[in-house]
Design a protein around this ligand. Structure first.
Ligand SMILES: [Zn+2]
Length: 156
């Protein structure tokens, strides 16, 4: 597996940087004038909407739906989702390996520093995770990563 954790955080950073560089909202505002039959008025996007200046609408069939979509994806909204995903990822990767009172049965991958204990079998200690934690973390990271465009072909 490519480093899914790092990849996903990189994707979030890209979106945060783009959102921070974008014009602050409101992104879409309707003007009063009738511009094209069937339309309610001018569509103002980005700087034009923020400044209250009119601009020519882009011809689109689903202009109302498109503007609603743009409004729901303004920079503040994107930043909120990025922050929520960072929290979720932090929570997911914070899961510890399973420790058992009889350390013989503690996960092989557990470490004193990270998990607060380790396996006492010299042959297993430091081995691959055998408590399921790593598989759970990877599965959950993939779910978040898919929202950022990760696919199986992105792996490797
Ligand atoms: Zn484990």
């Amino acid at each position: 597996m490519a480093d899914l954790h790092a990849w996903t955080l990189q994707q979030i950073s890209k979106r945060e940087a783009t959102a921070l560089a974008a014009t602050e909202g409101p992104w879409v505002r309707w003007a009063d004038q009738e511009v094209i039959p069937g339309w309610d008025g001018f569509i103002m996007i980005g700087d034009d909407a923020a400044d209250g200046e009119e601009c020519n609408p882009v011809a689109k069939v689903n202009i109302v739906e498109d503007c609603e979509h743009i409004t729901l994806n303004d920079p503040a909204s994107v930043l909120r989702r990025c922050a929520a995903d960072r929290k979720l990822i932090g929570d997911v990767v914070a899961e510890r390996h399973i420790l058992v009172e009889d350390c013989w049965y503690t996960c092989a991958a557990a470490t004193e520093e990270r998990d607060g204990g380790e396996n006492c079998d010299d042959e297993r200690r430091g081995g691959a995770c055998d408590c399921g934690r790593d598989a759970r973390v990877e599965r959950r990271l993939r779910i978040v990563a898919e929202g950022y465009g990760w696919t199986e072909s992105s792996d490797g």
